[in-house]
Design a protein around this ligand. Sequence first.
Ligand SMILES: NC(=O)c1ccc[n+]([C@@H]2O[C@H](COP(=O)([O-])OP(=O)(O)OC[C@H]3O[C@@H](n4cnc5c(N)ncnc54)[C@H](OP(=O)(O)O)[C@@H]3O)[C@@H](O)[C@H]2O)c1
Length: 275
Amino acid sequence: MQNNLKISFIGGGNMATALIGGLAGKLTAGGNIHVIDKNPDSLQGLQQTFGVSAGGRIDSAIARSDVIVLSVKPQQIRAVVAELSPHLSSQLVLSIAAGIRTSDLTRWLRGYQAIVRTMPNTPALIGKGITGMFAVSSVSDGQRNMADAILRAVGATIWVDDESMLDAVTAMSGSGPAYVFYFIEAMQLAGQKMGFTAGQATQLALATFSGATELAMKSADPISILRERVTSPGGTTFAAIASMERGGVKDAIVAAIEAAAARSEELGEQFGRES
Ligand SMILES: NC(=O)c1ccc[n+]([C@@H]2O[C@H](COP(=O)([O-])OP(=O)(O)OC[C@H]3O[C@@H](n4cnc5c(N)ncnc54)[C@H](OP(=O)(O)O)[C@@H]3O)[C@@H](O)[C@H]2O)c1
């Protein structure tokens, strides 16, 4: 359903392109989307594909936006918000930059409070992402709904009440696709060791992952029950799971995700300190 929501993106790279692809002509008309990027080639592509308007720098036109999406790299945010600050009145600032805390954004924006911080993940690039979302307490319900609708253009959303939980979101779903790829790589290796070609091993591993995931999403049963159903005592799966338990695989995965959350927290502190 389209409305007249006016959205500006500062940064027209990978993630902005994914979001614009999900939004243009769906949530709002392409003509209601404005993209600012230093790179004229990216802008031309976005204009031609989605009918957005484009510009090379932030100017007073941005004041007409309902939502301003900060979609540059985390290291570029500080410079962008310094330019943006004089143009803010009541627009929602929606950050997708990993690790940049709302308290730092508010400080750099001289006390501006209408901020939603989000943590998307790379499957957003194909509309299958999941995004963790956090709103500063002064953000209105209407602005929360706008932010939610924008991120739902590229997948599911999950809201957290405590901003520090975005470090946990980063550790779970932000970095998560890499854990899945890592497991798939291990299955590919095993497949090739047992005599499959690289292509066959990849096909077997990928189809198993997507089939099992879809089965779990469609089933009302807990994941552990689904696993037990394919694990008859003394059988082949039983031998595999017993081997993983002996190798401490589950504990290692839990520790890995905790390590990612701790690193996310450290990086957040570093970004705030350095700027
Ligand atoms: N990609 C992901 O999967 C993913 C996942 C979660 C979160 N995120 C977050 O999404 C944000 C964007 O990531 P991305 O992968 O889309 O980055 P990207 O492809 O590098 O896009 C950023 C774009 O912004 C441009 N830019 C830099 N400084 C600018 C300025 N002052 N004014 C206007 N444009 C400027 C960059 O131009 P130059 O290249 O010339 O610098 C680039 O075209 C990041 O903060 C990241 O943490 C991304």
